[in-house]
Ligand binder design. Structure first.
Ligand SMILES: Nc1ncnc2c1ncn2[C@@H]1O[C@H](COP(=O)(O)OP(=O)(O)OP(=O)(O)O)[C@@H](O)[C@H]1O
Ligand SMILES: [Mg+2]
Length: 463
């Protein structure tokens, strides 16, 4: 091998080492085998309407209803007032090709549910996959795996695990056939036995493949037939108020773009709606004719909020809406969102990288680390019993207003390798107290239970 080639190979392997989230094919196969059943959507699939069914429908609206009725729907979410359900969401990004192909697991198995009128906080360090989760919900990405339900309707589903199930079923069948022919050759089984087992195994594999193909077909069908009106109810305030506003468009064009997409073409009506949205976020009508660069950061953030509000959303994803702002304006934006929540009966997914921001604003908080949720509880409960070392680390980063205690504040750094031993047992999300979920294995659960007792007794003592 030439020295140039050697160098290239060396570089590639060191790059792979650096990408700690990259998983080798072997690991991937194992992982797939273990988690397929876990990530499978366990409900019956409806089949897309047949050509005859479509031809028999009397009018356009009946055809639309027929198409909609064939999309996946879970009544239990509606009954339990769950507006959004994210189930085992995975979002991988693929780079390169051939030997240097690798994947980045931006979101790896995230599940949570948001109730109607609830404000749900998603907190974690930079790069842990918060924005990717939000973007997956509004369908900016084709999700890799898992499913997303809004008001009971499946609005997004990934098929990677179904495809893998098909692949590994075929591999398993091939392995079994080879094993059987070996056994037959060595006279360990008779020809009849061989044929009988072979038939059974083939039928089993064919059934699995059939089911998985139906699931893929259903997911693709749902994806292309999701009701656009439903999707419009979900709006996102983007993280970066500078990048998310087109510098060549006036504020009016930016805000009314959504209205035009919805089919509102009346200019005067649209202008009225734009002014209403601007006033709602504390801006004035005159600003409508200005360009984004003529505003301050806080004002730009308000324009971003107005753009989302003009669509009359029911569910709002706020992606770090205050991170780029100074402290005084932060309070204004939080109050504004709070008022809008009350006024419009919004449900919110509030993304932040700081626990202090979400403490008073959110009803429940999920702490995310490296694409996974590590702890989830109500705000009060999370601050009362912070258990996961990463949550503790985030809490230790919050400055205290008291100069005496602030002087002695110890910053906890989180090093997963040092604090977790998952060599024997992998962790899973466990409900350690009612509504309090934590990513842990059995020995850790015992440890956390002890910690809860200790925290409770200390609290009594302080009281
Ligand atoms: N479109 C994309 N293509 C490839 N990689 C991406 C893409 N979007 C995000 N990523 C990667 O996914 C990971 C998670 O990114 P994400 O933007 O979700 O992080 P975040 O938690 O929102 O961080 P921050 O707090 O800095 O906004 C990062 O490593 C990022 O580089
Ligand atoms: Mg982000």
């Amino acid at each position: 091998m030439s020295s140039k080639n050697k160098e290239r190979k060396k570089m590639q392997s060191s790059m792979q080492d650096l990408l700690t989230k990259d998983v080798s094919l072997y690991q991937d196969a194992q992982e797939a085998e273990q988690s397929i059943s876990k990530h499978d959507d366990d409900h019956e699939e409806h089949m897309p309407p047949s050509k005859d069914e479509l031809a028999n429908s009397k009018n356009h609206s009946e055809t639309i209803n027929l198409i909609k009725s064939k999309c996946k729907f879970k009544q239990e979410y509606v009954d339990n007032k769950i507006i959004l359900s994210v189930n085992h969401l995975k979002q991988y990004f693929f780079f390169g090709s051939g030997i240097s192909k690798y994947k980045l697991k931006a979101v790896h198995d995230v599940s949570f549910q948001i109730k109607e009128g609830e404000c749900f906080g998603l907190v974690g360090e930079s790069g842990c996959g918060k924005t990717t989760t939000g973007r997956s919900i509004i369908r900016l990405y084709n999700i890799t795996s898992g499913s997303i339900y809004y008001k009971g309707h499946r609005i997004g589903a990934g098929t990677r695990w179904n495809e893998k199930e098909i692949k590994y079923t075929k591999i398993r069948l091939r392995k079994k056939i080879k094993e059987l022919s070996e056994q037959l050759k060595n006279n360990e089984i008779s020809k009849e036995e061989h044929d009988k087992i072979l038939k059974e195994e083939t039928e089993k594999a064919e059934n699995i493949i059939k089911v998985q193909k139906a699931k893929i077909k259903q997911a693709k069908y749902d994806d292309s037939h999701v009701d656009p009106k439903l999707l419009r109810e979900i709006q996102m305030i983007f993280q970066d108020p500078i990048d998310s506003l087109d510098p060549r468009m006036t504020v009016e064009t930016i805000i009314s773009e959504g209205l035009q997409i919805q089919g509102f073409r009346n200019k005067a009506e649209n202008h009225k709606k734009v002014v209403e949205a601007l006033e709602r976020v504390g801006l004035i009508e005159d600003y409508a004719s200005r360009y984004p660069h003529e505003f301050s950061g806080g004002q730009r953030q308000r324009i971003g909020i107005a753009r989302a509000l003009v669509m009359n959303p029911k569910f709002l994803i706020c992606d770090e809406p205050i991170s780029a702002l100074d402290v005084s304006i932060r309070a204004q934006i939080i109050n504004l969102l709070n008022d809008l929540k009350e006024e419009m009966g919004l449900s919110l997914l509030f993304i932040a990288h700081d626990l202090s921001v979400v403490k008073y604003f959110c009803d429940r908080i999920a702490v995310m680390y490296f694409g996974e949720i590590v702890e989830l509880a109500t705000s009060d409960e999370l601050f009362k019993h912070p258990l996961h070392p990463y949550t503790k680390s985030l809490l230790s980063a919050i400055p205290k207003p008291n100069p005496l205690t602030e002087k002695n504040r110890v910053r906890i750094t989180y090093n997963p390798q040092a604090v977790h031993d998952y060599s024997k047992e992998k962790p899973k999300l466990v409900e350690i107290l009612p509504g309090h979920w934590i990513l842990a294995n059995t020995p850790e659960i015992e440890k956390y239970k002890e910690e809860i007792k200790e925290l409770d007794s200390n609290a009594k003592f302080e009281y």
